[in-house]
Design a protein around this ligand. Sequence first.
Ligand code: PLP
Ligand code: COI
Length: 338
Amino acid sequence: MELDWKNLGFNIMSTDYNVRCVFRNGKWGELEVSSDETIPIHIGATCLHYGQESFEGLKAFTGADGKIRLFRHDENAKRMQTSARGILLAEVPVSLFMEAVEKVILLNKKFVPPYGTGASLYIRPLLFGSGPEVGVRPAKEYTFLVFVMPVGPYFKTGFKPVNMMICRDHDRAAPMGTGHLKVGGNYAASMSSILEAHEKGYATAIYLDSRERKYIDECGPANFFGIKGNTYVTPRSNSILPSITNMSLQTLAENMGMKVEKRPVPLEELAEFDEAGACGTAAVITPIHKVFDPGKDVTYTYGDASNPGPVITKLYETLTGIQKGDLEDPFGWTKILD
Ligand code: PLP
Ligand code: COI
């Protein structure tokens, strides 16, 4: 398989197989392998009309030993269950989720980017109401499917600082809404502000808490964190996605002897960080160089435009080192697939 592994972006790409399973009459059926990239769907399906849909995102990597390593897929399985409970989808058992993810990777082995290319296999599990309803109520039938594609960095620059813009005129989530769930509606709500940020030359939009607009929520499709001396600071908020990458970085920071603070982060605190970053499966760690706030017409700046700061660099190297198997995995985060 000859792909230009080193120059992959974060784009949709066809691979050989996906796996699927249907929940009908109160139970999950058999996991099926398909090479069809389309799904036949009832025109009244609740996912189409009422956004009854959840997705996940996780990655697999090839190590120097040529083995495929999958990162924390049990956590994605649990988070999809939380999303399912939130919008009344049928829950996918953790074991079925993990089996489906492992199976689809092995079926598409030739698409797992080789070691040293900087690319990885992005895995996209999807769960949606496929049964029809016209009243606003949950479907009786659900479809769970998983597909994969090789990807490069989400933000084109990769591990290079980017500039972001605070979003002052839109919210992606309500204070007691669905921001903590990985459901499609949140992403639809974020598109106009992300596009506006792009058009103004920024990598993405940073959302503020929608109750008071006083605290940092998150950065487009990634969580925010700041480094202040020996402290790792990241927002606690009911309307942001609990990021598995962020959770892992908090553990790594503690392991490196840093203090971790998960608490509301006032906007003004942006002036106090030595380094700032966005983190997520797709974003990995994306260092932030500048944050522009159009509301106050101020710009907060971190480090220089081309080099990530020292703490962020250490966190990045440790996280990606564990993911690829270059570093020991003392936390049991990776699973080797045979
Ligand atoms: N926040 C949002 C809104 C996201 O879509 C994602 C991506 O999944 C994240 C944060 C990062 O979460 P994770 O590290 O689990 O990928
Ligand atoms: C991920 O990081 O996996 C995500 O799901 C972000 C995505 C919305 C591009």
